[in-house]
Write a protein that binds this ligand. Structure first.
Ligand SMILES: *Cc1c(COP(=O)(O)O)cnc(C)c1O
Length: 389
């Protein structure tokens, strides 16, 4: 018998956990049009305004004219085209590593990378706050999974030190945590991994283009040698396009080409997307002022939210989550902000743990001061009306 899907949705609705699609009638920008209404958007990961950037679109359009739309085959068959090769070289230079391998999305990168890095005898240690794609990736790996307390180096050491000597260990964390906006203590984690002969994998989805003097990511922010760890990331956030990547050594790249299922058994991403991502990387390299504006905007909004007395996470990034605990309050706040012309998503379980529902604001380099002032004003009014302040 088929499950009663309609009933399950009603159950979710009663607990304020139902999710709905909202249709954007406009490109990813600092504003969003929904049902004909123009709102300020605090809901996009388009940190540097590259998703709808003239030069990035131009690169995509020229590549469509030259290479067509679909790649026609998987990367190992005939789907690897010159734009894919150029993107991997540009990313390797940007990340200052020997080699980069790209995948269709960040999610499938993780699901293909973790099983390739671990074996039946291995141990994978993952931070409790890691993204769903990493948790899913651990589930499809053969290795034994252990979860360590969020950013708790001491707890990780306890788990690592108890493992059998011959047992390979992989430590998995995020550079910038996607739902809290805080950073992993990467230097300490790397030292620990050296001491216990473990490999460190960092998911830098929200760090790429955002963290570090040159935007190379969280490893650059902490001054780490990029070749001492394995980094993955996505091209769908600050890079403004689509796709995932793994940055490491040439032999790691070769190994993944030969073993990683989500790389092998899927059609190559459209060549125009690769060309657009290469153009976006050039902008990230040559326009550091975008990152400066991003951090200015982040500082302004963070100070304003703190000043008003909102309960924030310990964020250190342009992700600014306001904790409101109950999913109902999160939904009502989001609705009140919508009425006031500001789009802020309510993030609820299972994306975040119970009793930690939140409004998650992400800042872009392209938000104007006037837009941010309107956001602050709308938050103050909604916060007072809902007694969150
Ligand atoms: C967004 C995200 C991903 C997935 O990347 P996509 O390219 O959107 O599939 C993976 N890990 C983290 C931490 C993310 O925030």
């Amino acid at each position: 018998m088929l499950r009663d899907f309609a009933q399950e949705i009603l159950n979710a609705e009663a607990r304020h956990l139902r999710r709905r699609l909202c249709i954007a009638e406009s490109p990813a920008e600092t504003t969003i049009t929904i049902k004909g209404r123009l709102l300020i958007s605090m809901a996009s990961n388009n940190y540097l305004g590259l998703a709808n950037h003239r030069a990035v679109k131009q690169a995509a359009m020229e590549a469509i004219a030259k290479w067509g739309v679909g790649a026609g085959a998987a990367r190992l068959i005939s789907g690897t085209m010159t734009p894919h090769e150029q993107l991997e070289q540009a990313l390797a230079r940007f990340k200052q590593v020997e080699a980069v391998l790209t995948y269709a999305t960040g999610y499938t990168t993780n699901v293909g990378l973790l099983p390739a890095l671990s074996d039946r005898n291995g141990l994978t240690l993952v931070d409790r706050s890691c993204h769903a794609s990493l948790i899913q990736a651990c589930r499809v790996s053969n290795a034994t999974l252990r979860v360590f307390h969020h950013n708790d180096v001491g707890h990780l050491e306890t788990v690592l030190s108890k493992r059998g000597k011959a047992r390979p260990a992989l430590v998995v964390t995020e550079g910038v945590f996607s739902m809290d906006g805080d950073l992993a203590p990467l230097a300490e984690l790397l030292t620990l991994c050296h001491r216990y002969d473990a490999t460190l994998l960092v998911d830098d989805a929200h760090g790429t283009g955002v963290m570090g003097e040159h935007g190379r990511g969280t490893a650059e922010h902490f001054g780490l040698n990029p070749e001492a760890l394995i980094q993955m990331g996505t091209l769908s956030k600050a890079v403004g396009t689509s796709g995932g990547y793994v940055a490491g050594t040439t032999s790691l790249k070769d190994y993944l080409i030969n073993t990683s299922k989500t790389f092998i058994y899927t059609t190559a991403s459209p060549p125009a997307i690769a060309a657009a991502a290469t153009a976006a990387i050039q902008i990230i390299r040559h326009e550091p002022e975008r990152r400066a504006r991003l951090w200015d905007n982040r500082r302004y909004l963070h100070e304003a939210l703190q000043g008003m007395g909102f309960h924030l996470t310990r964020t250190q990034s342009p992700i600014l989550p306001i904790l409101v605990k109950s999913p109902e309050t999160a939904l009502k706040m989001s609705q009140a902000l919508y009425e006031a012309g500001v789009y802020v998503p309510a993030i609820r379980p299972p994306t975040v743990p119970r009793h930690s529902s939140r409004l998650r604001l992400t800042v872009s380099s392209e938000h104007t001061k006037e837009q941010l002032e309107s956001v602050v004003q709308a938050l103050r009014e909604a916060g007072e009306a809902m007694r969150v302040l």
